[in-house]
Design a protein around this ligand. Structure first.
Ligand SMILES: [Zn+2]
Length: 353
């Protein structure tokens, strides 16, 4: 399928961006469905579904990392201007590469996603994408479409304070909601959220090119694992279409700016030391190595991991080519091999029989 932006000139594209960003920042006027479900009701749905998400996935327990994610998220929220939602940003303890948003501002990022990202600008782009789903009220829109106003109203009554717990109406709302939260909100909404993410991160000074780099890494990962953005054969549009659109938008935004933009790769990676990686039972954790001038993925693999064969893995983990050269002080993600853990007495003690 042809990407929708190919036929639009640069000026027309800019207008398109501005138009959809009005949806990002002032969604109140964007959809006619708004009268069916109020922002207060959305917050009630989010509050109730939040407990279900946390019960289902579990929170990742690392206060420092949690506080860091929350601080980047809240700076993005400050950037979008006045909002009636109270945003929160929580890390969930699963290895899938994903981020999710519930109505009312409840946003989640998986530890798998945090392990994959390579800069604070990328984190801001991903959180900005989820903020875009909230401000554009994609969940409310989809729920109204999927359930109809009447069932939704009954579900809302069940979710409201003093409402009956675990009613059939709430179960229907919750099931429909989770489907969209996990699989995505459809092509148009995902594209819209990408634009919101790029723009929101850019507004507070992040380099939008980093979001493009992240989408390219996702494309590579999909090719390797045959998985979509939301972990399933999601309705997120073809990642290649998203890359093309994000690239165009990033180049327009960068062209508008005279000052420098933040990437903050080292600041970001420094927070990942000790992050649980992959399945919990594997007991693998990322280790951050501080590079010397002239280090390459191959020297890190040989000197730090004891196996030069792992050069590709080091390059891939850090979003660089195998031929890349690190600079003095660069923070480099490494993943100590599993077999080494088995010879480590302390780790053996932790292994249940
Ligand atoms: Zn999305």
């Amino acid at each position: 399928m042809m990407d929708c932006c190919h036929g639009v000139n640069r000026r027309g594209f800019l207008l398109l961006i501005v138009g959809s960003l009005l949806g990002c920042i002032a969604p109140r006027h964007a959809y006619s469905f708004i009268s069916i479900i109020s922002e207060a009701e959305e917050s009630e749905i989010g509050k109730k579904a939040d407990q279900e998400i946390l019960a289902r996935f579990g929170r990742y327990r690392d206060q420092q990392l949690q506080a860091y994610v929350e601080s980047v998220g809240q700076r993005l929220v400050d950037g979008i201007g006045p909002t009636s939602f109270r945003y929160s940003f929580k890390i969930v303890d699963i290895s899938d590469v994903n981020a999710m948003a519930l109505p009312g501002g409840y946003i989640y990022i998986t530890r798998g996603m945090l392990a994959m990202l390579n800069s604070e600008a990328q984190l801001a782009g991903v959180l900005g994408h989820e903020i875009g789903h909230v401000t554009s009220r994609h969940a409310a829109k989809q729920l109204t479409k999927a359930l109809g106003a009447q069932i939704l109203a009954l579900g809302l009554m069940a979710a409201s304070p003093g409402g009956r717990e675990n009613t059939g109406e709430w179960a229907r709302v919750s099931t429909a909601l989770f489907e969209h939260v996990l699989l995505g909100y459809g092509r148009e909404a995902e594209m819209e959220a990408d634009e919101c993410g790029l723009r929101t991160a850019y507004q507070i000074g992040y380099d939008p090119g980093e979001m493009v780099a992240f989408l390219k890494a996702m494309k590579m990962k999909e090719r390797l694992e045959a998985l979509g953005y939301h972990g399933f054969q999601g309705t997120h549009p073809e990642t290649s279409d998203r890359v093309v659109k994000a690239e165009t938008m990033a180049s327009i935004l960068i062209g508008q700016r005279s000052g420098s933009l933040d990437v903050k790769a080292n600041e970001y990676k420094a927070h990942l030391d000790g992050l649980v990686y992959g399945a919990k039972q594997d007991k693998r954790r990322l280790k951050i190595y501080v590079a010397k001038d002239g280090d390459t993925p191959a020297t890190v693999a040989r000197d730090v991991l004891g196996d030069q064969q792992l050069a590709w893995e080091v390059a891939n983990l850090n979003g660089v080519k195998e031929a890349a050269v690190f600079h003095q002080g660069d923070q480099v993600k490494t993943l100590p091999p599993v077999s080494r853990g088995l010879h480590d007495g302390r780790q053996l003690e932790l292994t249940p029989n």
